[in-house]
Design a protein around this ligand. Structure first.
Ligand SMILES: NC(=O)c1ccc[n+]([C@@H]2O[C@H](COP(=O)([O-])OP(=O)(O)OC[C@H]3O[C@@H](n4cnc5c(N)ncnc54)[C@H](OP(=O)(O)O)[C@@H]3O)[C@@H](O)[C@H]2O)c1
Length: 335
């Protein structure tokens, strides 16, 4: 620590939301470390699980400052997007310490709010399709759990990368109905009495790739239905586990793996190397900065961190905390 005190979102108990409080500023330790003034940090699901101690990387140590990535400005005056390693001193503070090798300089004119909101959810499909599997333009994609931020961006990323059919399956009817405008060629409602698995077995039976944000029971049911409904079971089907909002484990039927040419892989930190992830950041940041994707971000000042935590579970917008007031003023809708 430097002896300098900064304002930060501070978690003192895993049972409560972070509070706006003082925290000792971290000190640079390695050759590539750089102190950054944080401008924007996204409140992603991964940040919520970090802050409540439920993420698998949690060491149980408190207090901690949450935040896994963000946008900030260093002593060189350049605007950077950065990803932090697992740390107790995260991005939701006036200042943080980054490893410059885990950051990229953003294009001139980049919107820090859009970048902080979208890089994490957009990366999930971008990296899966560009690094994890040999995706080819023209292949058909099912986005399972398409109504969250990552799912909505997955539809847009699949379109940008040249997917053929893009089938979007999701629970929230209103957000599902908005997905054709973003690139979905068809939609399948999940939940309720609509027989979602059966519908997927018809609408998505012949896809090449599944970008799965759900996992859990719905993924297992969808898998069985798609495999059963497939016209050609010898046609490769690559199922990419990206998120687990419906459950951390799934009862995958053995028959699904034996009866069709199905391979299940995961995509995320670890299954994709840090180098592969970093290599993709500039191109993705360019797309976000140039307005390719529709992003629904809502900046909130860091001073309102407790309110932001409450809002995060209610709003369809991705909340972005802004330690510097100039960026926290006002609210914005989708762009
Ligand atoms: N591996 C990676 O690289 C990576 C990167 C980013 C995110 N992720 C993961 O991707 C997942 C989604 O992230 P996100 O940023 O999109 O979160 P998000 O914006 O909070 O969206 C999650 C969505 O999941 C839907 N959902 C929740 N339970 C469901 C269920 N049982 N059945 C169907 N839909 C359900 C909800 O949609 P409805 O309102 O329609 O129910 C919600 O909007 C998380 O697990 C996250 O950790 C992975």
């Amino acid at each position: 620590m430097t002896g300098v005190i900064v304002k930060a979102a501070v978690v003192s108990s895993f049972g409560a939301a972070p509070r706006y409080a003082e925290f000792p500023a971290p000190a640079p330790a390695g050759d590539h470390d750089m102190i950054l003034d944080v401008i924007a940090a996204g409140l992603h699901p991964r940040v919520r699980s970090q802050a409540d101690g439920s993420h698998y990387t949690s060491t149980g140590e408190l207090p901690l400052v949450p935040g896994i990535d963000g946008v900030g400005r260093g002593p060189d005056g350049l605007l950077r997007y950065f990803i932090l390693p697992d740390t107790r001193v995260g991005a939701m503070a006036e200042q943080t310490v980054i490893d410059a090798r885990r950051s990229i300089v953003l294009p001139a004119g980049s919107d820090p709010i859009a970048v902080a909101a979208a890089m994490n959810p957009a990366m999930s499909s971008w990296i899966a399709l560009r690094q994890r599997v040999p995706f080819q333009p023209g292949q058909d994609v099912l986005v399972l759990g398409a109504t969250g931020h990552a799912g909505r961006l997955a539809v847009q990323v699949a379109r940008l990368l040249g997917a053929g059919q893009i089938i979007a399956a999701g629970r929230d009817a209103t957000r599902l109905a908005a997905l054709p405008a973003l690139g979905a060629t068809s939609t399948v409602p999940l939940g309720g009495d609509a027989g979602p698995a059966r519908q997927l077995g018809q609408a998505a039976a012949d896809v090449d790739v599944v970008l799965d944000y759900l996992w859990g029971q719905p993924a297992a049911e969808a898998m069985a239905a798609i495999v059963t409904g497939r016209a050609d079971r010898g046609r490769p089907l690559t199922w990419i586990a990206i998120g687990s909002v419906a459950g951390p484990s799934a009862p995958v039927p053995s028959a699904a793996l034996r009866a069709a040419r199905l391979q299940i892989v995961g995509s995320g930190q670890g299954s994709v190397s840090a180098g592969e992830i970093l290599a993709e950041l500039p191109a993705l940041a360019d797309q976000i900065s140039s307005g390719t994707f529709r992003i629904d971000a809502r900046p909130m000042p860091l001073t309102e961190v407790e309110q932001a935590w409450a809002e995060a579970s209610r709003t369809a917008q991705r909340i972005v905390l802004t330690p510097r007031e100039a960026f926290g003023a006002g609210r914005r809708g989708p762009r």
